[in-house]
Design a protein around this ligand. Structure first.
Ligand code: 3HC
Ligand code: NAI
Length: 653
């Protein structure tokens, strides 16, 4: 049963019951369409309450239908039908009303909501624009300024704000249907309001619109949908409701079939699947209450902040009082920065830092359910830490390392219970970056693995399981990407051309700019260590720069020069001179060719990673790249790109 009908006191209660999110799939639309006609004809019905079964109203159109042609009745027609109904329809909303879920309420005569209701049009995050009147009805109901944020900037309105803006007519308590019934009986006593589509809309201030356009284009970083959502809104204001609707639908349908929307849908489903790996079903994770973090440097502080953002109490352990004070100050600074940005109240910032216990020495970790080590990347230092943890922590506590490169089996060697050990590879800044690479060893118990996935869910991270290899999934692909960029450089293509091409593709930075920011010395030291072990590691262009003291932004220059206090890369004559012995005569390569070369290298490494069983499925590799390495989301990931390229080749044949 997708839609249920109940009659009470002259009111028809229509409940969309289509788990998991009451999406407006074809069956739901058909049933609502039929009911709209039936209830119009029914003399015993005075009004209709439209609500959703379970914890939410409606999560939107059914995204799984977007790879097929639209199956009638279309959502715009259904909403128009509801708006034109002979009896007033009242949207009764608890939980989220998203996308088509919000749009269908805009066709209703009234909207009431419980305090937990939230309203948004997240279509642009799927590479489309609202396609069932969102860009046309919303500005007529809440005004242009607020509508712009919702339509084109993925702004969510909570219930209180929605009441303030006139989107919601009344805030009510549960039971929702009883409240709806009482509201309707009152409302029927008064003249009904104009349908939203017929309401006037205030004139637009062109300067404000221009400002919004510039802001949205900047934030979109090349993504098509957000500026088009604003353009659709504007078109309707200038040409009237009917033309606005026709235009909105045409743009929606065009975008729905675009590669960008396909990539974003692919990631939408991949992200959800990543949280629930098939082989973890039925395995109960351990309960995690208190978490210890060892090492209060860059990563330890970020990890502690991520844990506190998920409301987990934290014990932060450092090696001495000075390092502890530095780590605690850095942690407080994270929350103060969030407060200044407006994301946290002063009291909440205080509360988050207040639940962190700082300590020198491991005794404070005795009661932790999970301890995450983030000390120096040095096997002997890490082993010494785990020897202590093995002694002090409860025997059922999970012990994790945040190592980037060291084989976790070497770190775990000597632990009394290696089954409780696992790699949890966070990315910097750990309170921001979504990726969590989960690296079990052959000895890791399934419950420990399940606990890692559960933790990722609680921290709102995207978990990806990686097998053990040098650099795990992400850093291994990064190395291949950088190596390929250096091959191009040696062939005479300039660093600036390579960086510009990758920025054009959608990365925030190209490979050389990124290295300048992170520092060239880390990978240099890594190669030097291999050389000192007697391994053959050929000299790279990056080595030449580091040997000349050019380690990146922190030394005023690397691949580029930087003026003091300015992070804008400037072409460097000195770098050119240093690199000259390793470079062929300058050559120009089209940006598309540069992008193709670098993506092909990433995908080839991805294939090797799959072949070796380091990653289980191609989507895992794409999730790593998108959530850990800045791969443009609207491009889906290197494996997605490779599969599209392969399909194009096949089609061409
Ligand atoms: N269509 C189809 N399936 C959907 C869906 C949708 N709109 N929204 C969620 N699902 C599926 C998920 O894929 C997942 O499936 P799985 O169990 O097989 O993995 C399941 O529903 C549960 O989803 P979540 O794990 O995300 O559940 P949560 O409870 O954490 O979140 C939610 C619920 C907030 C509704 C979240 O799912 C969400 O944000 N959904 C997408 C909302 C959205 O983008 N809506 C706009 C759609 S486009 C549209 O409406 C076009 C219109 O303008 C014409
Ligand atoms: P860092 O040098 O900033 O911090 C390490 C901290 O550990 C220092 O504050 C140090 O005082 C402390 N420490 C050292 N020995 C200790 C001990 N015995 N007990 C308690 N504390 C001790 O290093 P960073 O960058 O935070 O890296 C930590 C780990 O995270 C490393 O394994 C690194 O490879 C990994 N990592 C680093 C990333 C990054 O971008 N920096 C990304 C992902 C992982």
């Amino acid at each position: 049963m997708t839609v249920k009908l109940e009659r009470r006191n002259g009111i028809a209660v229509v409940t969309i019951d289509n788990p998991p999110v009451n999406a407006l799939g074809r069956a739901v639309r058909e049933k609502l369409w039929a009911l709209a006609g039936e209830l119009d004809e029914d003399p015993s019905v005075r009004a209709v309450v439209l609500t959703g079964a379970g914890k939410l109203f409606v999560g939107g159109a059914d995204i799984t239908e977007f790879d097929r042609p639209v199956e009638p009745p279309g959502l715009p027609e259904l909403i128009a039908r509801i708006e034109a109904a002979a009896k007033p329809w009242v949207g009764a909303i608890r939980g989220v009303a998203l996308g088509g879920g919000l749009e269908i309420t805009l066709g209703c005569c009234f909207r009431i909501a419980t305090a937990d209701a939230r309203f948004a049009l997240p279509e642009t995050t799927l590479g489309i624009i609202p396609g069932a009147g969102g860009t046309q009805r919303l500005p007529r109901l809440i005004g242009i300024d607020h509508a712009i944020g919702v339509v084109a900037e993925n702004l969510t309105l909570d219930a209180a704000h929605a009441v303030e803006l006139g989107l919601v007519d009344r805030l009510v308590d549960e039971p929702l249907v009883d409240a709806a019934e009482a509201f309707v009986l009152e409302a029927l006593e008064r003249p009904l309001p104009e349908p939203v589509s017929r309401r006037p809309v205030a004139a637009v201030d062109p300067a404000r619109l221009q400002e919004a356009e510039a802001r949205i284009r900047r934030a979109a970083r090349g993504a098509a949908a957000p500026p088009l959502a604003l353009a659709a809104l504007r078109f309707g204001l200038e040409h009237g409701f009917a033309s606005g609707m026709a235009n909105e639908r045409a743009v929606f349908l065009k975008l729905r079939a675009s590669p960008e929307a396909a990539a974003l849908r692919y990631l939408f489903f991949a992200e959800r699947a990543a949280l629930r790996p098939a082989d973890m079903r039925g395995i109960t994770p351990f309960a995690i209450g208190r978490v210890g973090v060892v090492g209060g440097g860059t990563m330890g502080v970020g990890i502690a902040a991520a844990l506190r953002n998920a409301n987990l109490p934290v014990v932060l352990v450092e090696r001495d009082e000075t390092s502890l004070a530095r780590g605690m100050a850095a942690l407080a600074a994270v929350f103060q920065a969030a407060r200044k940005k407006g994301g946290l109240s002063e009291a909440e910032a205080e509360r988050r830092i207040g639940a962190v216990t700082g300590a020198v020495g491991y005794a404070a970790l005795a009661e932790c359910d999970l301890v995450i080590e983030a000390v120096f990347e040095d096997l002997s230092v890490k082993r010494a830490v785990f020897a202590e943890l093995g002694r002090i922590c409860r025997r059922d506590a999970v012990l994790a390392t945040n190592t980037s490169y060291i084989d976790p089996r070497l770190i775990a060697a000597g632990l009394p219970e290696p089954g409780r050990f696992i790699g949890l590879h966070f990315f910097s800044p750990a309170q921001v970056m979504k990726l969590l690479e989960i690296v079990p060893t052959p000895a890791t118990r399934p419950e420990v693995l399940a606990t890692a996935f559960d933790l990722a869910r609680r921290l709102a991270k995207i978990p990806v399981r990686s097998g053990i290899c040098d650099g795990f999934i992400g850093n291994r692909i990064l190395r291949r990407y950088r190596t390929e960029a250096e091959v191009l450089l040696r062939d005479g293509v300039s660093a600036a051309a390579i960086d510009a091409a990758m920025r054009g593709f959608g990365f925030a930075m190209g490979p050389f700019e990124m290295q300048d920011m992170a520092g060239l010395d880390i990978s240099f030291l890594y190669r030097e260590a291999a050389r000192s072990r007697g391994e053959t590691v050929p000299e790279t262009p990056g080595d030449l720069l580091v040997r000349a003291g050019r380690k990146g932004q922190k030394t005023g220059g690397g691949w580029y020069d930087y003026a003091p206090g300015d992070r804008t890369p400037q072409p460097s004559a000195e770098a050119a001179r240093i690199l000259a012995p390793m470079q062929a005569p300058p050559q120009t390569l089209a940006p598309e060719a540069i992008v193709e070369r670098l993506l092909a290298a990433m995908a080839a490494e991805g294939q090797a990673i799959l072949a070796e069983g380091i990653a289980a499925i191609p989507t895992d590799i794409d999730l790593v790249e998108v959530h850990g390495y800045g791969f443009p989301r609207r491009r889906g990931g290197p494996m997605f790109q490779a599969s599209r390229a392969a399909n194009r080749t096949q089609d061409g044949n």
